[in-house]
Write a protein that binds this ligand. Sequence first.
Ligand code: SAM
Ligand code: SF4
Length: 479
Amino acid sequence: MNPILDLDFIDNRTPEQANAAASCDTQVSKETNTGRSRKLYIESYGCAMNFSDSEIVSSIMFEQGFDTTADIAQADLVFLNTCSIREKAEQTVRNRLGQINHFKKKKPGMMVGVLGCMAERLKKSLLEEEKIVDLVVGPDAYRDLPNLINEVDGGQKAVNVLLSREETYADINPIRLNSNGVSAFISIMRGCDNMCSFCVVPFTRGRERSRDAHSIVREAQALVDQGYKEVTLLGQNVDSYKWASEDGTENVNFAQLLEMVALLSPDLRIRFSTSHPKDITDEVLYTMKKYDNICKYIHLPAQSGNSRVLELMNRTYDRDWYINRVDAIRAILGEDCGISSDMIAGFCTETEEEHQDTLSLMDYVQYDYSYMFFYSERPGTLAARKLEDDIPLEVKKRRLDEIINKQRETSLARNKRDIGKVHKVLVEGTSKKSEDQLSGRNDQNKVVIFDKKHYKKGDYVNVLVHDCSVGTLFGEAID
Ligand code: SAM
Ligand code: SF4
């Protein structure tokens, strides 16, 4: 799963800042103010899947009498929905718990819970290591939150980190916490059955399971009815989405699900993430081509450009396979289809030549952008058990800088191709830099800034692009 879909992070920042931002995205709950008796503050770290889970948690807690708040000082209950993907993500949460202690001292009744991947990975030991924590809840145990809160109300500490083979929270109507009212996430599956050797996700999120296709369509329809214009279908590997009805009469794969959602409304844009190179099919690409409202943008993480490293990573494809999939995207969807990647620098035993293969793959594909990390060994993963983390930190960082610099070059080159063309932009709000300008995204998920005129959030606007930076397109609305 890619971190939150945002390319601002590669604009005008040093490589170190860019990577720090990419590795610890955070979202904070908003005020619901419906007059409930207690208040929940929830801070979410890591990927879009976690942000989506926090919306499910807020819905469960709403039923228990909790409004959400954006002000931690007002909270009766504080949740950190955590990420374990890299060591730094966990350290960020531990530092944050230290800061929260300060609030808890002022308000001793405040309950503190750790949710998500870090809860699942560390289980009960989190209670011993972080004295401030009252409850630890894994990603498949959120329905049990009301009981766990009761236990804490009764003076106990509470833990539930059971993983499930069935839980998809299909029937829970998420409370949209951070939405701009224009775009929303929909989880279509949970867990992951791939065992990439560097990755902790299969251990923290359990087995892969696909959600009932009809519940996904209902959620998307409800969003359309509320005026939303864009949904992003989320899963660790959306191409392996596969749902069958209990009586076996209906079978839905990812291409078919995409089509079902696309047919809801021509005004609803559909995005999805993440596509796994081993599974992405031509059927998906042809479905994208068939519907104008399925965005022509694919997040296709390569991780490395070298076949030996890919094998060590247990990605189950090699460089040639990856290039073949990129060629299929270009052949079916054309040169303008956006492609982005995740890259890991300095995986175990990676040589300089193998690192060069990553750079040359980036040259070949011409990614619009990438999320770039240096390898961080995670306890319990296949790599931690079988391979030596032998690339010195300075070398990892230098290789990462080279990857980031390469990405800046290709992002700029790709953005320059957009100059002089008209882009259909969905307006998300006012630009960060000027009240007189709007910010939105084109089909390829690129941020486009243009003068406001009479346009507003939620409008589709045709924008003629006349300039660009590494991370942004600038243009003018044409009526
Ligand atoms: N399921 C998605 C896929 O396979 O492409 C990726 C999900 S993962 C949450 C997001 C990204 O974090 C990965 O694509 C990888 O680049 C990065 N990542 C995962 N484990 C890592 C590790 N141990 N060190 C550095 N980066 C890591
Ligand atoms: Fe992790 Fe690989 Fe699953 Fe992605 S596909 S979540 S990288 S194990």
